[in-house]
Design a protein around this ligand. Structure first.
Ligand SMILES: Cc1cc2nc3c(=O)[nH]c(=O)nc-3n(C[C@H](O)[C@H](O)[C@H](O)COP(=O)(O)O)c2cc1C
Length: 323
């Protein structure tokens, strides 16, 4: 089984990926947060940095595109290929209202004929040796179109279909629908990846065991790794999933913060970026009053000193818990 770090806009950018890769093991592929194509046919500086081969050196990085325009997909894909990437991922999952209303992300599933013709155009015109994987939801309001969606994917030589078995309507609520996932596994003719709510080694083992008879070759993990970056090592080394290794975590968040501070003009932006990550890291400690208190301080922090003092206190508490 291969493990992928899910693309997460605003969190798993190049800084997160680099430090994660230097400090933690277990991820085979890293997906960039989506790059939205546009008619200027120009990569923004921020996007260029995200896929700069030097910045991503030593990691298998897959740039992800968000678009419903075949010509734009083709232009961006060629630019990305020129940089040395051999795989591109198409986002057919983003549930955000502004994205879906433009028939992008999960919104591509609103008009399946149009979606089919989009895939047809990119596969007809992109003659370069470039593999395309898709990260997809399985419907808009319900799973009624599931068979048709799978049929469409089956028409094209996709490298891999990474399935997040929720509808657009679900956003990230409700549980992933395993009947819908099994249905895709039964009918799809390509490699399949699973994504959604994998938080512990037991969740991983369940996917491996339950879909042993199908082409499920990868598991993509987002929030589980944000919560505990040690998650895959815990799985490989048979350690409890709440093993966090405070020293390494402290090193990780310190490096991230230092790089965000130098990346942003305002320190408060770097703090905001960290707050988002702390929300996930501290989720398992929701019932711990002392942690709540420090979390509140982090939420209010506007300058480096206040933020760092709260972090130091947090690690003292986490170390006590670790004992
Ligand atoms: C804050 C946030 C940002 C996300 N950004 C992206 C993105 O850029 N591209 C994408 O395909 N999915 C994105 N996702 C979805 C995740 O990649 C993943 O499919 C989702 O979190 C479910 O997996 P998980 O339960 O392992 O986290 C995002 C999710 C969240 C919560």
């Amino acid at each position: 089984m291969k493990f992928y770090l899910a693309p997460m806009e605003g969190i798993t950018g190049h800084i997160y990926r680099r430090h994660f890769h230097e400090l933690y093991k277990g991820v085979d592929k890293y997906f960039t947060p989506f790059i939205a194509t546009n008619q200027t046919f120009k990569l923004k500086n921020r996007e260029k940095r995200e896929i700069d081969p030097k910045i991503n050196e030593g990691m298998y990085v897959v740039p992800q595109l968000l678009t419903n325009n075949a010509q734009q997909f083709i232009w961006y894909a060629r630019e990305i290929k020129k940089l040395g990437y051999n795989e591109i991922n198409l986002n057919v999952g983003c549930p955000s209202g502004t994205v879906v209303s433009k028939h992008k992300g999960a919104g591509m599933l609103l008009d399946l004929e149009q979606f089919d013709s989009f895939l047809d155009q990119i596969y007809t015109e992109l003659s370069e040796k470039l593999t395309i994987s898709v990260k997809t939801r399985l419907g808009i309001e319900n799973f009624d179109d599931l068979d048709r969606i799978t049929e469409i994917y089956n028409k094209y030589p996709l490298n891999e279909l990474i399935v997040h078995p929720r509808t657009r309507k679900d956003f990230y609520k409700n549980s992933p629908d395993f009947n819908a996932f099994r249905n895709v596994c039964e009918k799809a003719n390509m490699d399949i990846g699973y994504n959604g709510d994998i938080k512990t080694s037991d969740d991983i083992i369940k996917i491996i065991n339950d879909y042993n008879d199908y082409n499920v070759n990868s598991i993509m993990i987002g929030r589980g790794i944000l919560t505990n970056p040690l998650m895959l090592e815990n799985y490989y080394e048979n350690k409890p999933h709440n093993n966090i290794d405070c020293d390494r975590l402290k090193e990780f968040v310190s490096r991230l913060f230092a790089d965000y501070v130098s990346d942003y003009t305002a320190c408060s932006d770097a703090i905001n970026r960290m707050k988002e990550l702390w929300f996930y890291i501290l989720e398992p400690f929701d019932n711990c009053k002392e942690i709540h208190k420090e979390m509140k301080k982090i939420k209010k922090a506007k300058d480096k000193e206040v933020y760092e003092s709260a972090i130091n206190n947090l690690f003292e508490i986490l170390r006590e818990i670790e004992k």
